[in-house]
Write a protein of this length. Structure first.
Lengths: 92, 188
């Protein structure tokens, strides 16, 4: 396999795993070998590095978005009261 | 409120409280996304807590958040007899978020970038998503649910959540376009 073709195959392989790599979700973990291969490729591939940067930038933007604000603490307190009533047998 | 037939054992009641109490806030956030209203979300979570309490004997002790969110989803379906899949449109959340842009006090460089460059664009990109894709994005990226927890809310396989999330993110990135892809966002 030529170097260019190998690079293209690895870019495709990497693109399919970047989300799982960044999310690190327990439902879809990468193997240690996959992590190593991905990190080594991204370190040397400008295109995949840029894709990774964009993923991180979007994640950062969403994490700063005000839509993530917590719910009203008073509402949480009312639900805690409901829970207390349930476990104390006061909820009919 | 439904009548409760609850576990009698004191230990079980305490265990129930220990499992549920840390999840109340995320239940409320997800319920707000499902119902689109804070008031309806409170009603939904209250009813869900009752149903969870009655079903505690059937809980296997694993993945309490996913278990509770499944109850929230099913309770919502029962309360509203919805025939369509849950969309998690979350219009209240999305629209309520807009005025907060620019309100950051002493923002870090990245926050400043979000305020100045992405105001409106991010909102428009998310609103413009197909509801199925937006649901996955809202649950995972805004509510910080795991794939499995989002799958429980949406009643779809984990793989479907991953696929929808990938498409949602890709479409948001494309919708944001050059503003997002230039190096201005790398100030931090």
């Amino acid at each position: 396999m030529s170097g260019a073709l190998r690079q293209m195959v690895t870019c495709h392989w990497t693109a399919r795993r970047i989300q799982r790599y960044l999310d690190a979700d327990p439902s879809a973990p990468l193997t240690p070998g996959e992590v190593t291969r991905l990190e080594e490729h991204v370190a040397t591939c400008a295109r995949c590095s840029e894709v990774m940067r964009q993923h991180r930038l979007l994640h950062g933007a969403l994490s700063l978005w005000s839509g993530r604000r917590p719910v009203d603490p008073a509402t949480v307190d009312r639900m805690r009261t409901v829970l207390d009533d349930l476990i104390e047998g006061r909820q009919a | 409120m439904s009548e409760t037939s609850a576990p009698d054992d004191v230990g079980r009641r305490r265990a129930f409280a220990e499992v549920v109490e840390p999840e109340i806030e995320v239940m409320l956030r997800v319920a707000r996304s499902i119902t689109g209203s804070a008031a309806d979300a409170e009603d939904l979570v209250q009813e869900s807590l009752v149903r969870a309490f009655r079903a505690i004997d059937r809980f296997d002790g694993r993945h309490p958040r996913a278990w509770l969110l499944t109850i929230v989803r099913n309770t919502n379906s029962n309360m509203h007899r919805r025939r369509r899949p849950i969309a998690v449109d979350d219009w209240e959340l999305i629209h309520a978020s807009r005025p907060a842009f620019g309100a950051t006090v002493s923002p870090a460089a990245e926050e400043s970038y979000v305020d100045q460059e992405l105001e409106g664009a991010l909102h428009d990109a998310i609103v413009g998503l197909d509801p199925r894709f937006r649901s996955a994005l809202v649950l995972v990226d805004l509510h910080d649910l795991s794939y499995a927890e989002a799958a429980a809310v949406l009643d779809v396989p984990v793989g479907t959540v991953m696929s929808r999330l990938s498409r949602a993110r890709e479409r948001v990135r494309k919708a944001l376009g050059p503003t997002f892809t230039t190096t201005r966002g790398e100030q931090s």
